[in-house]
Design a binder for this molecule. Structure first.
Ligand SMILES: [Zn+2]
Length: 76
């Protein structure tokens, strides 16, 4: 049953336990597109390369900023 491994390797749960967001030191949660910071106010997403989480703020993907609904002249 030899098969090519995909780039998406499961991350060791033990590793996830010791991982923390370098920015806010919150727990990290694994997701399909990377590792999500569990801190709602932070919400950075860290990429995973070859099964190795890149825990760098510079490499982290910032979540789309939810802009506050600003009441401007326009019919919504
Ligand atoms: Zn964080």
């Amino acid at each position: 049953m030899a098969g090519k491994e995909l780039n998406m390797k499961p991350i060791d749960p033990k590793l996830l336990e010791i991982l923390a967001c370098p920015k806010c030191h919150a727990r990290i949660q694994e997701a399909a597109d990377g590792l999500h910071c569990t801190q709602a106010t932070c919400g950075l997403v860290y990429p995973v390369r070859d099964g190795i989480p890149i825990m760098l703020i510079e490499e982290a993907i910032r979540p789309p900023v939810s802009r506050q609904p600003q009441s401007s002249t326009g019919n919504g």
